[in-house]
Design a protein around this ligand. Structure first.
Ligand code: CMC
Length: 428
């Protein structure tokens, strides 16, 4: 391989493929002519080596454990920024000026309501429905109330669609929680910022004044920031794939919510707490569960451990672990699950199986402990992740449409039966 091209020798011939440069991180081999020239396709299960797109939004270095939003390290963003500013940064590429920030916030507030008829849709769900299923359905249902397709050639249209979805999605998240509890559905309060508003819509009780606890607001803000984008993960790739068929924004995001639900992805935050509770109920023997996770005959995995890209500490997990400690202290809560999580982390990090495979705690390992301390029920954890990831999904959808990415349509290596003739049923 020379500096900027790769040579492939196959079937007695030599083919050259250019290397696409990156600003930092992985460079890619442009194989767009591969099939036409060689008759071969690539096979990369789980897309472990496949760059699906060029992107300018988020960078992560899995070996060093680094994560940047639009070039800004996550540690600086988590310490100094706020979720609304991060949404602006992801969507528009730059940190906003004071005026831009105020304009963005005001525009979101213009859409801070959801049609009353949406309540009828929520009413039709059983109370036991998983909030992620409800959220995905409601997000898709928004299309019925806002049927105009986004004209991606119009900046105004794109901005409105993003601001509208950001405003309305917070309602849907709050309402899925209220539904599980059987509470009446609250509307927004435009005197509050985005996170305060979500917090109040979710937890305000009709029979008492609402206590806006700044510890909770700060914790929510930080968690939402840490989940805001993570380049081409499963749900984001889903949003881009669905959108590549020129499917509308709301329907594409609804598909992203469904992808996030899975326990190997965003659903891991719920699975972690359930695992910690199970270990506690079983006497707190963490070593036993580390052994189970290592046993290939056993389906058990250490939830919240391992990552497709990070082969080092997930930088978000480091920030969340510290935040979990601080929040539990400020709220005066002692959570046994945190003790078990810390023991589990210690045992796993010293174990050869985890060391060899570079399995470290990921973002979901400690986030559930904070959500629980804030009074958020376990089934809602992945909804919180979705609320955080929304600006990332929208930014990636917008980038994909503006770049004019072609429809996503992978190929396959077929391993099925060869051509054969149909056999009548009475002869089978
Ligand atoms: N517990 C035990 N073994 C594990 C774990 C785990 N949590 N994760 C990976 N391994 C083993 C796996 O069995 C395999 O071993 P071997 O080489 O002997 O076959 C090796 O490590 C590589 O794992 P993999 O499944 O090939 O890696 P992947 O990149 O396909 O999967 C993952 C990444 C995140 C799906 C996986 O690590 C996992 O299932 N973790 C638990 C679920 C979890 O915490 N998910 C949240 C991810 S971060 C937030 C998000 O994306 O939403």
């Amino acid at each position: 391989m020379s500096e900027n091209k790769v040579i492939l020798n196959y079937d007695g011939k030599s083919f050259e493929y250019p290397v696409v440069e990156s600003t930092i991180g992985d460079r890619g081999i442009d194989i767009s002519k591969l099939r036409d020239e060689t008759g071969l396709i690539t096979l990369d299960l789980g897309y472990k080596n496949t760059g699906a797109t060029l992107s300018e939004i988020t960078y992560l270095d899995g070996d060093k454990g680094e994560l940047y939003y639009r070039g800004y390290p996550i540690e600086q963003i988590a310490e100094k920024s706020n979720f609304t500013e991060v949404m602006y940064l992801l969507l528009y590429g730059e940190l906003p000026t004071q005026n831009q920030f105020q304009g963005f916030e005001a525009n979101i507030k213009k859409y801070n309501y959801v049609a009353e008829e949406m309540k009828k849709i929520i009413d039709a769900f059983p109370r036991s429905a998983h909030p992620m299923g409800v959220l995905s359905s409601l997000t898709s249902a928004l299309t019925a109330f806002n049927p105009k397709a986004v004209d991606v050639r119009s900046k105004e249209d794109l901005d409105h669609a993003a601001e509208m979805l950001i405003a309305k999605f917070a309602h849907l998240c709050a309402w899925t929680y209220r539904k599980t509890q059987g509470f009446s559905l609250n509307h927004a309060d435009n005197n509050l910022n985005y996170v305060e508003n979500f917090y109040k819509m979710t937890f305000r009780m009709p029979n008492q004044d609402f206590d806006m606890n700044p510890v909770v607001v700060n914790a929510l803000d930080k968690l939402l920031i840490l989940h805001a984008d993570h380049e081409q993960n499963c749900s984001t790739s889903t949003v881009r794939m669905v959108g590549s068929a020129h499917t509308g924004l709301f329907a594409s995001i609804s598909a992203g919510v469904s992808a996030l639900w899975g326990p190997l992805h965003g659903g891991a935050n719920q699975a972690v707490i359930e695992m910690l509770e199970m270990i506690e109920a079983d006497g707190g023997d963490v070593a036993k569960y580390v052994e189970k996770a290592k046993n290939k005959e056993d389906n058990f995995r250490l939830m919240g451990f391992g990552h497709r890209v990070y082969k080092n500490f997930d930088p978000r997990a480091k920030i969340i672990k510290k935040a979990a400690d601080d929040i539990l202290n400020s709220l005066g809560i002692h959570d046994k699950a945190l003790d078990i999580a810390m023991q589990l982390e210690k045992v796993a990090l010293e174990d050869e199986y985890f060391v060899e495979r570079k399995l470290y705690p990921n973002v979901d390992f400690y986030s559930g402990i904070i959500y629980r301390a804030l009074g958020i029920p376990t089934e809602m954890f992945t909804v919180m992740f979705a609320l955080g990831r929304l600006p990332g999904w929208i930014s990636q959808w917008k980038e994909m449409r503006l770049m004019g990415d072609p429809i996503g349509r992978p190929r396959q290596v077929y391993k099925g039966s060869e051509k054969r003739d149909y056999v009548d049923m009475n002869l089978r």
